[in-house]
Design a protein around this ligand. Structure first.
Ligand SMILES: Cc1cc2nc3c(=O)[nH]c(=O)nc-3n(C[C@H](O)[C@H](O)[C@H](O)COP(=O)(O)O)c2cc1C
Length: 180
């Protein structure tokens, strides 16, 4: 699969098989993140500890349910909804607190990871839901190993897809103009 094919094939995966992801593929995804455009630094925590993932998932679900945000509450109310979707791996991307371009830096890295995951035969999903879990259970920040002075900015779930679930609407793509 070439880069254009992977970009086209990528979509958010929201149901995963429990199978572990091979260490070699994890390394390739880290490399994809670190080869993204950046204007600053970020850190990658590779979370595979099942107890931590479950704790983060459960805290995120409770936060979504109690958020007062219509979209988050409607997602959390879906039958069987779990914000981490049973993924065996969460890459949590963090960046130095207060630094400029943190969101841009981690988003470029995360996007690269999702495309690379597709090329490697893995499902993936860019997620902010784990941040809600971390806000509710800050003790997980230390357990995950986010460095001192860094704040979590986004996550990328990965693992082997177990089919479609909790899909979102595709945009129409009518968002271009040309100035020639
Ligand atoms: C900033 C950002 C935050 C997102 N957070 C979540 C999330 O917490 N949970 C989730 O399931 N998807 C999340 N997504 C994925 C989007 O819902 C998804 O990319 C979009 O609906 C398009 O669908 P596709 O990825 O299948 O093309 C997020 C995407 C972005 C860019």
């Amino acid at each position: 699969m070439n880069a254009l094919e992977a970009i086209k094939a990528r979509k958010s995966t929201r149901r995963y098989k429990p199978n572990a992801v091979e260490a070699e593929k994890i390394e390739q995804l880290i490399s994809a993140a670190n080869n993204a455009p950046k204007a600053g630094t970020f850190h990658i925590s590779v979370v595979e500890n099942q107890a931590v993932l479950k704790s983060l998932n459960d805290a995120a679900l409770t936060s979504m349910k109690n958020s007062g945000n219509d979209f988050l509450m409607s997602r959390a109310a879906l039958d069987g909804y779990q914000p981490l979707y049973g993924a065996p791996v969460l890459f949590l991307l963090s960046a130095p607190e207060g630094a400029p371009y943190n969101q841009a830096n981690v988003s470029c890295a995360a996007a690269n990871m999702t495309v690379a995951a597709t090329a490697l035969g893995l499902g993936s999903c860019y997620v902010i839901a784990p941040l809600l879990g971390l806000q509710a259970k800050p003790e997980l920040v230390g357990k995950i190993g986010i460095p001192q002075g860094f704040v979590p900015v986004c996550g990328v779930l990965t693992g082997y897809s177990d089919g479609n679930a909790f899909e979102t609407a595709k945009s129409t793509g009518n968002n271009v103009n040309y100035c020639k």
